[in-house]
Ligand binder design. Structure first.
Ligand code: SF4
Ligand code: SF4
Length: 131
């Protein structure tokens, strides 16, 4: 079971990185839109990581995880931020919606499977799998 979890988690890291490329390319110009980053989301991300025994390093920015090149939290540890992309961004010319939808579905499936395992075996599963 630990092996299954490790495999799923490695796949999660990879697929969320691919999904992040879509949000990175679309959201960069929206810093002033008040859509993107909010402290309550950062707090949620930090608490979820902490539940798994992961301590996220804060930056000096008033949004605790913004560094010189944007958010410093890896895409797979800020799932909400990585997954959300508004409709208008998805309708822009050149947006590869087929690939986006496919990757997003894979990410959703991986998340469900990981959540099922963590519910069955406890949040400590992450620590056990990565020790
Ligand atoms: S989701 Fe849409 S509105 Fe929000 S930051 Fe990204 S591109 Fe901008
Ligand atoms: S992308 Fe990073 S800085 Fe923005 S809300 Fe998410 S965790 Fe916070």
């Amino acid at each position: 079971m630990l092996q299954t979890y490790r495999h799923l988690y490695a796949r999660k890291v990879k697929m969320f990185r691919l999904l992040y490329e879509f949000t990175y390319n679309s959201c960069g110009a929206c810093v002033q839109s008040n859509c993107a980053c909010k402290d309550r989301i950062c707090q949620h991300v930090e608490e979820r990581a902490s539940e798994k025994g992961i301590r996220l390093e804060r930056t000096d920015h008033f949004l605790r995880f913004i560094g010189p090149n944007g958010c410093v939290v890896p895409p797979h540890l800020r799932e909400t931020c990585t997954i959300y992309l508004c409709g208008p961004a998805q309708q822009k010319p050149g947006f590869d919606s087929v690939r986006y939808t496919k990757i997003r579905r894979i990410c959703d499936r991986i998340e469900w499977r990981i959540m099922e395992l963590e519910e069955a075996y406890g949040k400590g599963l992450h620590l056990a799998a990565h020790s």
